[in-house]
Design a protein around this ligand. Structure first.
Ligand code: CP3
Length: 345
């Protein structure tokens, strides 16, 4: 039996307290991250430098003792591996060129060998498996095809993913070719991460919430199911956490049909709904509002206490409803981690 709390709770065991890790636990809110980042090079250079990427992954583990570590990378490395030029512009966000807008643009992408181009991420995972404390679980991740496609089609972050949604309505066959391409690369990429030492995988579908129900089935549930089946063919039982942010009333369908092991809740999900409709079927993760980590104080611990008392005595992983934001005071994270680690059901 594993001594890793996260693996135990993902296998359905009752544990003495919920494990805690936070999405975007490595990043700009930490001065030690900004110091590494300032050594020059682009954000993607950092993702592709195994020594440095491992170092920034370990920073929040040293500082806070989280129960899990998520490899430092980005969901858009898949677009980069497919041959789009990807850069991250300070205070603008990701820029991808040229955008893939229609079926004929697909010829610009280089599917052959794409997952092999992500070798540096596998190297980072190997370094981490050696460096992490024995009780800390190592998480690998990828973006879900819909979310990655939404960036590849718009060429940037977009509020409502309109460009991808329009392509999907106008030419579903052409758009499904893009989705299938991303699915294939993502399967190889995630398998590569597990072979390199990832013990759990998380699939980020950050923009699942922009899809109406029929589109949600086709572009969110279906591709995710293809990915989880392929992973489980090679690694039966490997825990996979799905995060369909903003899926609202579609959460139960997503949780039950995609083949995931655990489901991550965004902050808008009512906990009683999750307790009644999701937790009976699987481990649930979430869903503290990241802005409470910015505000801190009484409101932070009150809400963390409410989440723990509702969800914490069954299969539950404490996390945020979305990633840590750069304005977060690091000492608020210290306070939260202490609080969760001292909590008993
Ligand atoms: O600690 C961790 O969680 C691991 C690293 C991680 C990053 N991005 C690092 C990062 C993870 C898991 C991601 C996931 C990711 N990336 C998602 C899914 C989760 C979510 O937030 O919805 C998405 C949509 C992206 C795409 C992305 N990457 C955007 C839109 C941006 C720009 C916005 C921003 O915060 O700057 C990024 C850049 C990015 N990814 C940074 C980090 C630490 C900041 C870049 C920098 O340091 O200059």
């Amino acid at each position: 039996m594993s001594n890793k709390l996260l693996l135990r709770v993902l296998s359905g065991e009752s544990v003495e307290r919920p494990p805690i890790w936070l999405m975007r636990q490595a990043g700009r809110y930490l001065p030690e991250y900004r110091a590494v980042r300032a050594r020059g090079g682009s954000f993607l250079d950092l993702c592709y430098s195994p020594e440095l990427a491992a170092e920034v992954t370990l920073q929040p583990i040293r500082r806070y003792g989280f129960d899990a570590s998520i490899v430092f990378s980005d969901i858009l490395v898949v677009a980069d591996a497919l041959g789009q030029s990807v850069r991250f512009e300070e205070s603008v966000g990701p820029l991808l060129a040229p955008p893939v807008r229609q079926r004929t643009d697909l010829t610009l992408l280089k599917a052959e060998g794409a997952a092999e181009r992500l070798q540096p991420v596998y190297e980072t995972l190997k370094l981490l498996r050696r460096a992490l404390p024995s009780e800390t679980c190592l998480i690998g991740f990828a973006g879900a095809p819909w979310t990655v496609a939404s960036y590849m089609v718009a060429g940037e972050g977009s509020r409502d993913q309109a460009a991808a949604r329009l392509w999907a309505y106008r030419d579903p066959t052409g758009f499904s070719e893009l989705i299938d391409l991303i699915v294939q690369v993502t399967i190889e990429y995630l398998l590569g991460q597990v072979r390199a030492g990832a013990e759990v995988l998380q699939i980020f579908d950050s923009w699942a919430g922009s899809l109406p129900e029929g589109e949600f089935q086709r572009w969110c549930i279906e591709p995710t199911k293809v990915i989880t089946s392929a992973i489980h063919r090679e690694f039966p039982g490997l825990p996979i956490i799905g995060f369909p942010k903003g899926a609202g009333a579609m959460y139960p369908d997503y949780a039950l049909k995609t083949g995931i092991t655990a489901v991550s809740l965004d902050s808008s999900m009512p906990l009683q709904f999750a307790k009644d409709r999701l937790q009976p079927h699987m481990t649930v993760q979430g869903n503290l509002d990241p802005l409470l980590l910015v505000s801190g104080g009484k409101a932070l611990l009150q809400e963390a206490g409410r989440i723990l008392s509702l969800m914490g005595n069954r299969r539950f992983i404490f996390n945020l409803g979305h990633g840590i934001v750069p304005e977060t005071p690091p000492e608020n994270v210290t306070e939260l981690v202490q609080f969760v680690k001292n909590w008993r059901s």
